[in-house]
Design a protein around this ligand. Structure first.
Ligand code: KG4
Ligand code: ZN
Length: 361
């Protein structure tokens, strides 16, 4: 049996969790910073890292308390050390190193994106362990920083087969929410607004499919189309650009319908690429045994529904994380670290925090 303490501070959630055997979260503590960033309309890195610093010790203590364990019961300390905001990552990495050094525990650096692909394997405290992930799988990470498809051959093994050429889908949601004045945080607010609207009441927004066999994503055209639909054609150029209209010039019904049209176009594009990827893997005699979805946008109501429908139509198991494990959390970090620990992939105290996914060792 392993009992791993996970720490996650890559962006704007300070999180800690204790996970047993890589499957059962005994605690899952997440302190969101939405309130702190709301007035700026996005994450301010300096505010994020300061807030992590103020909160990290209490969050770790609470995760141990909730799990009913003490530091000496822990087999290893895992931390998301890449990719992310460097000042934010450094807080978690420093905390993990201090614990590992002072308690004499193994230290494990975990790739945050790979951890999103493992979140669906984990049971929340008091819940039943979900059906096991089977490999090889098609993986989809849709978050504020990533829209990528992976050929996943094991928990620690994912090869990128498609990614965004511009905005990540979560980023597009966040920007679209600003355009529609839907509130902050943008993704969940827009999702809620879209559920009140009817996409068929407005002209469809574009779905960017790129080349016929491309597994890459592009969301900037969709975002710009929505911008022009809401604000009208831009006047002037560069920093002098102005718009004749704003969200305030549209009725609440119209804004909800546009949100629904945005959601339909964004999710259509993602589903289409999943289908393409499944077909391409089958054509290469590497058929996926299942679809694993992770990242903040896996909380999206339309994406969850459409990916389950796709699974049913193709007789393919679809693994979606429970809602609290869609967004950034430390259970996915501790869960994946179980596999790294049993593979002997531990780190030394010079583990770096890295802004990108490159391992750097
Ligand atoms: O995985 P995550 O917490 O952080 C990153 O690793 O980026 O993902 C955050 C992203 C944000 O862009 C947020 O707006 C989006 O996930 N998100 C959603 C929903 N919930 C969160 N996007 C669409 N619909 C949602 N329900
Ligand atoms: Zn994330």
């Amino acid at each position: 049996m392993t009992c791993i303490l996970g720490i996650e501070t890559s962006c704007d959630e300070t999180a800690a969790s204790v996970v047993q055997d890589g499957l059962a979260a005994r605690s899952n503590v997440i302190a969101s910073q939405h309130q702190l960033h709301r007035e700026y309309g996005g994450v301010v890195p300096e505010i994020a890292s300061r807030a992590h610093l103020e909160r990290i010790s209490d969050i770790i203590e609470q995760a141990l308390d909730d799990a009913g364990v003490s530091m000496s019961d822990i087999d290893a300390v895992a931390v998301g050390n890449r990719p992310g905001l460097i000042g934010s990552l450094l807080v978690g990495v420093s905390a993990a190193k201090s614990i590992a050094w002072s308690m004499g525990k193994p230290l494990i650096g975990v790739d945050h994106v790979q951890a999103h692909l493992y979140a669906a394997a984990i049971a929340l405290p008091g819940k039943e362990v979900p059906p096991p992930l089977s490999y090889p799988a098609l993986g989809l990470v849709v978050s504020g920083g990533h829209s990528s498809l992976y050929h996943v051959s094991g928990p620690c093994d994912a090869v990128t087969i498609g990614s965004t050429i511009d905005d990540a889908v979560g980023e597009a949601y966040d920007k679209a929410a600003v355009i529609l004045d839907a509130g902050y945080p943008g993704g969940p607010k827009l999702d809620k607004l879209a559920q009140q609207g009817d996409a068929s009441q407005v002209d469809p927004l574009p779905r960017s499919m790129l080349d016929a066999d491309s597994l890459n994503f592009s969301f900037s055209g969709l975002k710009t189309a929505l911008l022009y639909r809401v604000r009208g054609k831009p006047q002037g150029r560069g920093s002098d650009t102005t718009f004749l209209k704003s969200a305030a010039d549209h009725s609440p019904e119209e804004l909800a319908n546009l949100a629904a049209a945005f959601q339909q176009a964004a999710v259509d594009a993602v589903i289409k690429k999943i289908e393409r990827a499944l077909d391409q893997l089958s054509a290469k005699n590497q058929p996926a045994q299942c679809l694993i979805v992770g990242g903040g946008v896996s909380a999206n109501s339309a994406l969850r529904r459409r990916s389950l429908e796709l699974g049913e139509a193709r007789d393919l198991p679809v693994h979606l994380p429970p809602m609290p494990l869609c967004v950034d959390n430390a259970a996915m970090i501790a869960g994946l670290a179980h596999h790294l620990l049993i593979n002997g992939q531990c780190d030394t105290l010079d583990l770096p925090a890295l802004a990108t996914s490159k391992r750097g060792r």
